[in-house]
Ligand binder design. Structure first.
Ligand SMILES: Nc1ncnc2c1ncn2[C@@H]1O[C@H](COP(=O)(O)OP(=O)(O)OP(=O)(O)O)[C@@H](O)[C@H]1O
Ligand SMILES: [Mg+2]
Length: 251
Protein backbone atom coordinates (compact mmCIF):
# COMPACT_ATOMS: atom_id res chain seq x y z
CA UNK A 1 0.00 0.00 0.00
CA UNK A 2 1.49 3.31 -1.00
CA UNK A 3 -1.04 5.62 0.70
CA UNK A 4 0.61 7.04 3.81
CA UNK A 5 -0.83 5.98 7.17
CA UNK A 6 -0.43 9.55 8.38
CA UNK A 7 -0.36 12.60 6.18
CA UNK A 8 0.09 16.03 7.71
CA UNK A 9 -0.30 18.90 5.25
CA UNK A 10 0.49 22.54 5.87
CA UNK A 11 -0.31 22.26 9.54
CA UNK A 12 -0.36 25.50 11.46
CA UNK A 13 -1.14 25.92 15.14
CA UNK A 14 -1.19 29.10 17.16
CA UNK A 15 -1.92 29.63 20.83
CA UNK A 16 -3.13 33.23 20.88
CA UNK A 17 -0.52 35.09 18.85
CA UNK A 18 2.15 32.48 19.51
CA UNK A 19 2.51 30.47 16.31
CA UNK A 20 3.86 27.12 17.47
CA UNK A 21 3.55 25.09 14.26
CA UNK A 22 4.39 27.04 11.12
CA UNK A 23 3.45 24.76 8.26
CA UNK A 24 4.32 21.13 8.93
CA UNK A 25 4.25 18.63 6.07
CA UNK A 26 4.91 15.04 7.01
CA UNK A 27 4.00 11.68 5.50
CA UNK A 28 4.39 8.46 7.44
CA UNK A 29 4.12 5.29 5.38
CA UNK A 30 3.19 1.85 6.67
CA UNK A 31 5.86 0.26 8.83
CA UNK A 32 7.86 3.47 9.08
CA UNK A 33 9.29 4.62 12.42
CA UNK A 34 9.66 8.38 12.46
CA UNK A 35 11.68 9.80 15.31
CA UNK A 36 10.91 13.45 16.01
CA UNK A 37 13.44 15.44 17.98
CA UNK A 38 14.33 19.02 18.72
CA UNK A 39 14.58 21.62 21.45
CA UNK A 40 12.03 22.07 24.21
CA UNK A 41 9.20 24.27 22.99
CA UNK A 42 9.82 23.59 19.30
CA UNK A 43 6.33 22.09 18.86
CA UNK A 44 6.85 18.31 18.95
CA UNK A 45 4.07 17.51 21.41
CA UNK A 46 1.76 19.98 19.73
CA UNK A 47 2.20 18.13 16.43
CA UNK A 48 1.23 14.77 17.96
CA UNK A 49 -1.68 16.36 19.82
CA UNK A 50 -2.93 18.01 16.63
CA UNK A 51 -2.82 14.68 14.76
CA UNK A 52 -5.53 13.24 16.99
CA UNK A 53 -7.21 16.58 17.59
CA UNK A 54 -6.42 16.77 21.29
CA UNK A 55 -5.48 20.24 20.02
CA UNK A 56 -7.40 21.66 17.12
CA UNK A 57 -5.06 22.92 14.40
CA UNK A 58 -5.41 26.53 13.30
CA UNK A 59 -5.23 25.42 9.66
CA UNK A 60 -4.05 22.52 7.57
CA UNK A 61 -5.18 18.93 7.20
CA UNK A 62 -4.53 15.66 8.94
CA UNK A 63 -5.18 12.31 7.35
CA UNK A 64 -4.93 9.07 9.29
CA UNK A 65 -5.45 5.94 7.24
CA UNK A 66 -7.85 7.57 4.87
CA UNK A 67 -9.79 9.64 7.41
CA UNK A 68 -9.32 13.32 6.77
CA UNK A 69 -9.62 16.01 9.41
CA UNK A 70 -9.57 19.76 9.11
CA UNK A 71 -10.30 22.38 11.73
CA UNK A 72 -13.93 23.40 11.73
CA UNK A 73 -17.23 23.19 13.55
CA UNK A 74 -17.96 20.01 15.48
CA UNK A 75 -20.64 18.66 13.22
CA UNK A 76 -21.75 15.06 13.64
CA UNK A 77 -19.49 14.09 10.78
CA UNK A 78 -16.51 15.93 12.29
CA UNK A 79 -17.00 14.24 15.65
CA UNK A 80 -17.16 10.84 13.99
CA UNK A 81 -13.97 11.58 12.06
CA UNK A 82 -12.18 12.64 15.26
CA UNK A 83 -13.36 9.52 17.04
CA UNK A 84 -12.16 7.37 14.18
CA UNK A 85 -8.75 9.06 14.07
CA UNK A 86 -8.33 8.63 17.83
CA UNK A 87 -8.95 4.90 17.45
CA UNK A 88 -6.51 4.64 14.54
CA UNK A 89 -3.76 6.69 16.20
CA UNK A 90 -2.80 5.29 19.60
CA UNK A 91 -0.93 7.60 21.92
CA UNK A 92 1.50 7.00 24.76
CA UNK A 93 2.44 10.00 26.88
CA UNK A 94 5.37 10.84 29.09
CA UNK A 95 3.11 10.49 32.12
CA UNK A 96 1.50 7.10 32.07
CA UNK A 97 -2.09 8.21 32.71
CA UNK A 98 -3.35 4.82 33.86
CA UNK A 99 -6.63 4.61 35.76
CA UNK A 100 -5.44 4.13 39.36
CA UNK A 101 -8.63 2.43 40.55
CA UNK A 102 -8.48 -0.25 37.83
CA UNK A 103 -6.19 -3.28 37.66
CA UNK A 104 -3.65 -3.63 34.88
CA UNK A 105 -6.00 -5.91 32.91
CA UNK A 106 -8.97 -3.60 33.44
CA UNK A 107 -6.88 -0.66 32.22
CA UNK A 108 -6.10 -2.53 29.01
CA UNK A 109 -9.67 -3.67 28.23
CA UNK A 110 -11.37 -0.41 29.21
CA UNK A 111 -11.30 1.35 25.85
CA UNK A 112 -11.94 -1.71 23.66
CA UNK A 113 -15.04 -2.49 25.76
CA UNK A 114 -16.40 1.02 26.30
CA UNK A 115 -15.25 2.85 23.17
CA UNK A 116 -15.32 0.06 20.60
CA UNK A 117 -18.07 -1.98 22.23
CA UNK A 118 -16.00 -5.15 22.01
CA UNK A 119 -17.04 -8.32 23.73
CA UNK A 120 -15.49 -8.48 27.20
CA UNK A 121 -14.24 -12.06 27.03
CA UNK A 122 -12.57 -11.39 23.69
CA UNK A 123 -11.03 -8.17 25.03
CA UNK A 124 -9.63 -10.04 28.03
CA UNK A 125 -8.04 -12.67 25.78
CA UNK A 126 -6.44 -9.97 23.61
CA UNK A 127 -5.30 -8.02 26.69
CA UNK A 128 -3.60 -11.11 28.12
CA UNK A 129 -1.69 -11.57 24.88
CA UNK A 130 -0.66 -7.93 24.85
CA UNK A 131 0.45 -8.04 28.47
CA UNK A 132 2.58 -11.07 27.63
CA UNK A 133 4.00 -9.15 24.68
CA UNK A 134 5.14 -6.31 26.95
CA UNK A 135 6.43 -8.75 29.57
CA UNK A 136 3.73 -8.18 32.18
CA UNK A 137 1.54 -11.28 32.04
CA UNK A 138 2.05 -11.82 35.77
CA UNK A 139 0.90 -8.28 36.68
CA UNK A 140 -2.61 -8.50 35.22
CA UNK A 141 -4.38 -8.20 38.58
CA UNK A 142 -2.13 -5.56 40.17
CA UNK A 143 -3.13 -1.93 40.53
CA UNK A 144 -0.85 0.67 38.89
CA UNK A 145 0.37 1.99 42.23
CA UNK A 146 2.21 -1.31 42.77
CA UNK A 147 4.14 -1.00 39.49
CA UNK A 148 7.44 0.65 38.64
CA UNK A 149 7.45 3.52 36.15
CA UNK A 150 8.78 1.24 33.42
CA UNK A 151 6.05 -1.30 34.10
CA UNK A 152 3.38 1.40 34.08
CA UNK A 153 4.64 2.66 30.74
CA UNK A 154 4.54 -0.86 29.31
CA UNK A 155 0.92 -1.18 30.49
CA UNK A 156 0.21 2.14 28.76
CA UNK A 157 1.68 0.69 25.55
CA UNK A 158 -0.43 -2.48 25.87
CA UNK A 159 -3.49 -0.33 26.51
CA UNK A 160 -2.90 1.70 23.35
CA UNK A 161 -2.28 -1.47 21.32
CA UNK A 162 -5.54 -2.97 22.52
CA UNK A 163 -7.39 -0.54 20.24
CA UNK A 164 -5.57 -2.05 17.24
CA UNK A 165 -4.21 1.29 16.06
CA UNK A 166 -2.82 1.87 12.59
CA UNK A 167 -0.09 4.06 14.06
CA UNK A 168 1.36 4.45 17.53
CA UNK A 169 2.45 7.91 18.65
CA UNK A 170 4.84 8.18 21.58
CA UNK A 171 5.55 11.51 23.28
CA UNK A 172 8.83 11.20 25.22
CA UNK A 173 7.78 7.83 26.63
CA UNK A 174 10.96 7.35 28.65
CA UNK A 175 11.79 10.83 29.86
CA UNK A 176 9.97 10.44 33.19
CA UNK A 177 11.75 7.16 33.94
CA UNK A 178 14.78 6.37 36.05
CA UNK A 179 17.71 5.46 33.80
CA UNK A 180 17.62 1.75 34.67
CA UNK A 181 13.98 1.51 33.56
CA UNK A 182 14.39 3.24 30.21
CA UNK A 183 15.78 0.23 28.37
CA UNK A 184 12.85 -2.06 29.22
CA UNK A 185 10.43 0.40 27.60
CA UNK A 186 12.67 1.03 24.59
CA UNK A 187 13.03 -2.70 24.09
CA UNK A 188 9.24 -3.15 23.94
CA UNK A 189 9.08 -0.31 21.40
CA UNK A 190 11.91 -1.86 19.41
CA UNK A 191 10.06 -5.21 19.20
CA UNK A 192 6.91 -3.41 18.18
CA UNK A 193 8.78 -1.90 15.26
CA UNK A 194 10.85 -4.87 14.20
CA UNK A 195 8.57 -7.81 14.98
CA UNK A 196 5.12 -6.38 14.24
CA UNK A 197 6.20 -3.64 11.78
CA UNK A 198 4.04 -1.16 13.67
CA UNK A 199 3.97 2.29 12.11
CA UNK A 200 5.29 4.65 14.76
CA UNK A 201 5.89 8.33 15.44
CA UNK A 202 8.19 8.76 18.40
CA UNK A 203 9.24 11.99 20.06
CA UNK A 204 12.42 11.05 21.87
CA UNK A 205 15.95 12.15 22.52
CA UNK A 206 17.16 8.56 22.89
CA UNK A 207 19.59 8.70 20.00
CA UNK A 208 20.69 5.07 20.40
CA UNK A 209 17.10 3.96 19.86
CA UNK A 210 16.74 6.36 16.95
CA UNK A 211 19.90 5.15 15.27
CA UNK A 212 18.83 1.55 15.57
CA UNK A 213 15.07 1.68 14.98
CA UNK A 214 14.13 4.87 13.12
CA UNK A 215 13.57 4.73 9.39
CA UNK A 216 13.31 8.53 9.32
CA UNK A 217 14.33 11.28 11.69
CA UNK A 218 12.69 14.68 11.67
CA UNK A 219 14.37 17.58 13.42
CA UNK A 220 12.04 20.28 14.73
CA UNK A 221 13.15 23.85 15.07
CA UNK A 222 10.80 26.69 16.01
CA UNK A 223 7.68 25.03 14.63
CA UNK A 224 9.15 23.66 11.43
CA UNK A 225 10.77 20.43 10.36
CA UNK A 226 14.07 21.82 9.17
CA UNK A 227 15.79 18.53 8.46
CA UNK A 228 14.55 15.05 7.69
CA UNK A 229 16.20 11.83 6.58
CA UNK A 230 17.40 8.38 7.62
CA UNK A 231 19.38 8.29 10.90
CA UNK A 232 22.59 7.37 9.10
CA UNK A 233 22.34 10.72 7.37
CA UNK A 234 20.77 12.99 10.01
CA UNK A 235 22.86 11.81 12.96
CA UNK A 236 26.08 11.13 11.09
CA UNK A 237 26.01 14.11 8.78
CA UNK A 238 23.48 16.76 9.84
CA UNK A 239 23.07 19.53 7.28
CA UNK A 240 21.32 22.23 9.26
CA UNK A 241 23.32 24.27 11.78
CA UNK A 242 20.60 23.85 14.42
CA UNK A 243 20.55 20.07 13.99
CA UNK A 244 24.32 19.96 14.41
CA UNK A 245 24.18 22.08 17.52
CA UNK A 246 21.38 20.01 19.03
CA UNK A 247 23.09 16.70 18.34
CA UNK A 248 26.33 17.95 19.84
CA UNK A 249 24.41 18.70 23.01
CA UNK A 250 22.63 15.33 23.31
CA UNK A 251 25.15 12.85 21.94
N1 LIG B 1 -2.25 24.56 25.65
C1 LIG B 1 -1.32 25.49 25.38
N2 LIG B 1 -1.59 26.80 25.55
C2 LIG B 1 -0.67 27.75 25.25
N3 LIG B 1 0.56 27.48 24.79
C3 LIG B 1 0.90 26.20 24.62
C4 LIG B 1 -0.02 25.13 24.89
N4 LIG B 1 0.60 23.96 24.61
C5 LIG B 1 1.83 24.28 24.18
N5 LIG B 1 2.02 25.62 24.17
C6 LIG B 1 3.24 26.33 23.74
O1 LIG B 1 3.60 25.82 22.47
C7 LIG B 1 5.03 25.74 22.34
C8 LIG B 1 5.39 24.36 21.89
O2 LIG B 1 5.08 23.45 22.92
P1 LIG B 1 5.26 21.89 22.78
O3 LIG B 1 4.80 21.30 24.04
O4 LIG B 1 4.64 21.42 21.51
O5 LIG B 1 6.85 21.78 22.64
P2 LIG B 1 7.77 20.50 22.71
O6 LIG B 1 8.65 20.57 21.52
O7 LIG B 1 6.94 19.28 22.89
O8 LIG B 1 8.64 20.77 24.00
P3 LIG B 1 9.21 19.75 25.13
O9 LIG B 1 10.45 19.15 24.54
O10 LIG B 1 9.51 20.62 26.29
O11 LIG B 1 8.15 18.75 25.43
C9 LIG B 1 5.59 26.17 23.66
O12 LIG B 1 5.98 27.51 23.54
C10 LIG B 1 4.43 26.03 24.62
O13 LIG B 1 4.52 26.95 25.67
MG1 LIG C 1 6.75 17.89 24.40
Amino acid sequence: MTEPVVRVSQLHKSFGDNEVLKGIDLDVTRGEVVVIFGRSGSGKSTLLRCINFLEEPTSGTIEVSGVRLEPGPRTHRQREAIRSVRIKAGMVFQEFNLFPHLTVLENVIEAPVTVKGQDRAHSVAVAEELLAQVGLADKRDEHPIRLSGGQKQRVAIARALAMEPEVMMFDEPTSALDPELISEVLSVMRSLATETQMTMMVVTHEMGFAREVATTMAFFHEGLIVEQGPPGQVIADPQHAQTKRFLEAVL
